[in-house]
Design a protein around this ligand. Structure first.
Ligand code: ADP
Ligand code: MG
Length: 372
């Protein structure tokens, strides 16, 4: 029996938020939360179960649904159909998905799903795609399945990442390289408990607002502009204030990614103070110019800095979800405790903390390591 088991990690974006879909820079990390798909070749159909949902998914081997699909089945069908269009032999698969990624928390459970399922379907059919090829299919699958016009960052991070490093990805040229993370630094995620589903959030509106402004300034890539140039171009083109602020966020955020990389790679050792200031500016820009933060995320960021974080900002698409904080590894547990206590006292909600390690991108795992 041909068996297969793959793991696709979730991602935490360190900086470069809402820059990917305009061809900008991002600096994410794959972390040790993720999705495992394990199963075996099935002659007649693609059958998948998820431990997180009661309804199984059943498709023809080319991805055609065998009945009405809701929820997560739409992502699976979209991945299978797009792989079929890209030449995957119509081989069936019977598998189970188990996940440690919180849903809607801004860690991209949706990309962990499309990547893990895509990889499993490739493996079982002995079909190889380059990692960025599969990332583009996973990205397109999310568009097709739920109409979320997400960028390349999430699936690319899940596929390309390297342990101990952040991934610097230029989403325009698709060039990428790895930036070493300082040893002894913990990546702390604090989930606000406020849920978004990108399908129903303002994500698509933000993208449309930004694109309106980019079109008005002649289609220039925001990553090629300085803030002063962007402001001058927006004014000359007569764009409205909202669109101009969306553009200013993206232009300034691309600059912050470059500065963060320089701070991490500083010859004398990482400049953690600069990282702290850049994360703060990023959060402020997402709050006031891009307007995707929430009062809960703002509170978590303030609490993280007050509790000794080196750097903190909202991470992911926003409208709820999580913040990322960087802290000395030894101080991470007390940071989580202080922030969650302060959060419960001030917003009357529970925040959940995850102390994450960076991991390699998606790949095979031992079938025995999967719960079923
Ligand atoms: P996120 O920020 O976590 O990516 P999204 O709204 O983009 O949030 O995607 C969440 C969707 O991904 C869920 O509604 C579900 O359809 C799918 N998903 C997430 N985790 C799982 C899982 N364990 N099993 C099956 N589908 C999942
Ligand atoms: Mg998602």
């Amino acid at each position: 029996m041909t068996t297969c088991a793959v793991f696709a990690p979730a991602r935490v974006n360190l900086i470069g938020e809402h820059t990917d879909y305009s061809g900008g820079l991002v600096l994410p990390v794959a972390v040790d939360l993720g999705m495992t798909v394990a199963g075996w070749l099935d002659e007649g159909a693609i059958r998948l179960r998820s431990l997180a949902f009661s309804e199984p998914v059943e498709l023809d081997c080319n991805g055609a649904p065998r009945g009405p699909l809701a929820g997560w089945g739409r992502y699976v069908a979209a991945v299978a159909q797009l792989l079929d269009e890209h030449g995957r032999p119509p081989v069936g698969f019977d598998g189970t998905i188990s996940s440690t990624v919180p849903i809607g928390a801004g860690l991209s459970s949706s990309a962990a799903l499309t990547v893990s399922v895509g990889l499993a379907l490739c493996r079982v059919a002995d079909f190889e795609l380059p990692p960025l090829g599969l990332a583009r299919i996973a990205q397109a699958a999310e568009h097709l399945a739920v109409g979320v016009p997400c960028g390349l960052m999430d699936p690319a991070t899940s596929l390309l990442s390297r342990r101990g490093h952040a991934l610097l990805l230029d989403c325009g040229s698709e060039e990428h390289r790895f930036v070493p993370l300082p040893p002894g630094l913990a990546i702390v995620v604090l989930d606000s408990g406020v849920r978004h589903e990108l399908e129903h959030s303002g994500y698509a509106d933000r993208r449309a607002e930004l694109e309106r402004c980019i079109a008005a300034i002649g289609g220039r890539n925001p990553a090629s502009l300085t803030v002063a140039q962007a402001e001058a171009e927006a004014e000359a083109a007569g764009v409205d204030d909202v669109a101009a602020r969306r553009l200013r966020h993206v232009v300034s955020e691309n600059e912050r990614v470059r500065k963060c990389v320089a701070a991490l790679e500083q010859p004398g050792g990482p400049d953690l103070k600069a990282l702290g200031a850049l994360f703060r500016e990023s959060h402020e820009s997402l709050r006031s110019d891009f307007e995707v933060s929430t009062p809960e995320l703002d509170r978590l960021v303030d609490l993280a800095y007050e509790s000794g974080a080196i750097a903190a900002r909202m991470t992911g698409g926003g409208f709820g979800g999580s913040i990322v904080a960087l802290a000395e590894a030894g101080r991470a547990p007390s940071l989580v405790a202080a922030v969650t206590t302060g959060y419960a006292a001030s917003v009357d909600r529970e925040a959940t903390g995850y102390i994450c390690a960076s991991v390699d991108g998606a790949g095979d795992v031992e079938p025995g390591s999967v719960e079923d």
